[in-house]
Structure formats: C-alpha cells, structure tokens
Design a protein around this ligand. Structure first.
Ligand code: ARG
Length: 422
C-alpha cells in the first residue's frame, strides 16, 4: 500500500487515523471530506488533515448529489428500514464510497480507508461499495486492524505528534449527521428501556414545548417534493427549511431497536424532521394517485429497497432495477398535501392532485351517487364463490366452538387452545 485515500470527518478518530496509517504502512495519505449538509462539515477540516500528516486534503460539497441521487429515490419508494428508519446514514455511505473511488482513481491510489469499527453496518457499506466500483482497490479500516485506542489514548497520540484535534467535549454518544437526519447511539440509550436524554436532540424541540400547531402544504411532481406553501424551492433549500419547520414542532424523533446486518440488535435514536414529514406527505399523495395493486406492490419494493440500502448493496443490479421501477411508478405522483405539525406529530390534513384516482361521484353517500348498487350483488356472488364452496365442503371456519381442525391439526395440537367463538 503506497497511497491511500481516507474518508475524513475531521473528528478525533479520523485525525489519528491519518497519522496511524502513515506510520503503520509508510504510505502517503490523502483525505476526503464529504459535505452532506446537516452541519456534517467541520470548520478547519482541511487544515487539520494536513496537520495530521495528509499530503492532500479534498473537501467535496456533495449535498445536491446526495439529495437528488440518493435521498429522493428512497422517498419516492417510501423506503424505511424495518418501517422506521429513513436511512440517513445508510444512504450517505454509497455516495462517500463513490467519491473515495473517484479520488483514488484520480490520484492513482491503491487503497481507500475509513474510520468504521468492526461491529457496525457502515464498514460493510463502505467495503462492499468500494469493491463493487473498483475491485482493484484495497480497503483498510484502522479501527478493525489494530488502531483500537480509547479516547484518552487518541488524545495523547495526537498530542505527541502535534496533531491538531477538534476541541469538543467528550460526548457519551456516537452521532452521525447529514441533511436527511441525525443518528445517535450509545451512552444510556444502550438500555432500550431508558428514555433518550434531552441532550441528544438538536434538530427537534421537546414536543410538549412546541408552539401551537401549524399547517403546511407540500407540492410534489413525479414523487419529488418541489415546493412548500406554494414557494418553489431548490431541493437543498426545501429539505433545510422543512427540517427547521418540523423540528420546531417536535416532529421527527424516532426510537428504533433495529437489526444490524452483523446480527446485533441495536437501539438507535434518530432525528429526521424533514424525512418524517416528506414520507408522510408522499404516502398520502400515492394513496390518491396510485391504484390499489400498485400501492400493494410498492410496499414490497419499499421494504426490499430499504433492506438493500441498509445492507450496503446500493451498487447491485437489483437495487438499480428496483429504483427504475420506483421511478416509473412515480410519473403520476404529482399534487399537493396539507400537513398539520402538532406537538411532535405530522398528520395529513388533506391532499389533491390533477391525476387523482379518487372519484367523488363513486365515493359519495349523497344523492348524486354514480355507483351502481344493484351490480354489487352480482359482484359479491362471484367474489364469494370460492369461500361458499370451501365452507360447504370443509365446514365454515369458526362455525362451532372448538372447530375440528383446531384439535386435529398436529401443529396446533401442542399449542394452548384459544378458540373462543361460540
Ligand atoms: N444504525 C444506523 C445505520 O446503520 C446509524 C449508524 C450511524 N452511526 C452512529 N454513530 N449513530 O445506518
């Protein structure tokens, strides 16, 4: 290993990693810092990289690429890992990996490095993505191969070498942040029964202390949000503004015991105000504009896409093909959604679309009802046919207390009997 490109956050761990890589491998270290919004770019990061021994420090503003290429496709898909986590951290990894590979190729480096530990998802995401994009690159994770220093040891290590380190108070939490959300773990949250302490939250106020409820209107075109309250906004501006708006109302706090790829259950607190509102609004608009079958199929796709992204398989063919399907399904998801932000909740107050499938003349209970009530009889006759045949031949399930099948099915025989119908 002669030249390595290190994903550099500017924090203590990666600053020490610059020097550690040079000393361990006698190699040249180039750092890459990626600005993904949400305050993820630290001040003086280039200077600190050089002070730690980097020969060159890249800082790339990838915020727009992050939103348009990584965040929007997952919003369009309604992709939430295990139905909860909007994937802020997970979506950032393939983009950082892409940039690492771009810089490595430009610099003629033979390896890339990252500061992940050996028990999280992020190491998997980086390694797998880098190798998919350039199998010739070696991936080194100092934390996995011997650089396991305590915070105090890292501070000493840096001082001995005159490395400038960020002046931050020791935080008991492990935090990752970008414009799509903050992920917070460790400290007292390792007890899944313990409430997250107030000081873990930065983007959202305590819902109990939020101001009076307010309503906002978000417009979508092709499943992508384009305006707030009638004002057309650049994607970055839209996410930022929504993050502040929703955060002020305490919207977007998530508490998730999630299943990591490496087999560990982990308790994570997320703050994702913009994601929470946009996901709710997008789903509401889909409910109006997509057919029942498309909606049902989309739920499967959402789950699958979320899992692939969470597991770091962004650059797989399946991921790309599912994104293609999602994008196609979104061509009619245009319209507006009204959302009420009220002490921590974001509830749908209304939706409308020129492409709506909702037909009032069919849904109404009023006099101008256009639905043919009489033909419902024939429909039900045919629809219920298989059930009537089954009930006639096998007996209707639930007809008698202790239906025969409940006692004779060998799988059920050992279970406590819970047949309650009379
Ligand atoms: N559990 C989340 C994920 O795997 C977030 C991990 C980010 N790290 C952190 N320090 N909280 O995507």
């Amino acid at each position: 290993m002669k030249k390595v490109v290190l994903a550099y956050s500017g924090g203590l761990d990666t600053s020490v990693a610059v020097a550690w890589l040079r000393e361990q491998y006698g190699c040249e270290v180039i750092t890459l810092t990626v600005d993904l919004g949400g305050g993820s770019l630290r001040e003086g990061v280039e200077r600190r990289a050089i002070s730690a021994g980097a020969s060159r420090a890249y800082v790339v503003d990838a915020r727009e690429r992050f939103v348009t290429d990584f965040v929007w496709p997952h919003l369009q898909a309604n992709a939430l890992y295990q139905g909860v986590y909007p994937l802020a951290t997970a979506l950032a990894r393939p983009l950082i990996a892409q940039l690492l590979v771009e810089v490595a190729q430009k610099e003629g480096a033979d390896a890339v490095a990252h500061g992940c530990t050996g028990k999280g998802n992020d190491q998997v995401r980086f390694d797998v993505a880098v190798h998919a994009l350039d199998p010739g690159l070696e991936v080194v994770a100092p934390m996995r191969v011997g650089m396991g220093l305590s915070r105090e040891q890292e501070i000493d290590y840096a001082h001995e070498r005159g490395i400038e380190i960020p002046i931050t108070k020791a935080s008991p939490y492990s935090i990752d942040a970008n414009l799509w959300g903050r992920s917070i773990e460790a400290g007292v949250m390792e007890d899944p029964w313990a409430s997250p302490p107030a000081d873990v939250f930065e983007l959202t106020v305590d819902p109990a202390l939020a101001p009076a409820a307010r309503e906002i209107t978000i417009a979508f075109e092709g499943g992508i949000p384009v305006s707030i309250d009638g004002e057309r906004l650049h994607p970055l501006e839209l996410v930022d503004r929504l993050s502040v708006l929703a955060g002020e109302h305490g919207v977007g706090r998530l508490d998730h015991v999630e299943d990591r790829l490496v087999g560990i259950k982990s308790r994570e607190i997320y703050e994702a105000p913009a994601a929470t509102v946009l996901h709710a609004a997008h789903r509401a608009l889909e409910g109006l504009t997509l057919s029942k079958d498309t909606l049902r199929f989309n739920r499967l796709v959402a789950d699958e896409l979320a899992r692939l992204s969470y597991d770091g398989l962004w650059f797989s063919a399946l991921h790309r093909d599912l994104r293609g399907y999602v994008n196609s399904s979104q061509r009619v998801v245009s319209g507006e959604v009204r959302i009420r932000l009220d002490h921590g909740s974001a509830t749908i107050a209304g939706r409308r679309s020129p492409l709506s499938l909702y037909d009032k003349s069919l849904a109404t209970y009023e006099a101008d009802d256009a639905f043919d009530h009489a033909s419902a009889v024939g429909f039900i006759e045919i629809f219920g046919l298989p059930l009537r045949v089954e009930a006639a031949r096998h007996g209707a399930v639930g007809k008698h207390h202790g239906a025969a099948w409940a006692w004779t099915d060998p799988l059920l025989a050992g279970l406590p009997q819970q047949v309650t119908d009379k």
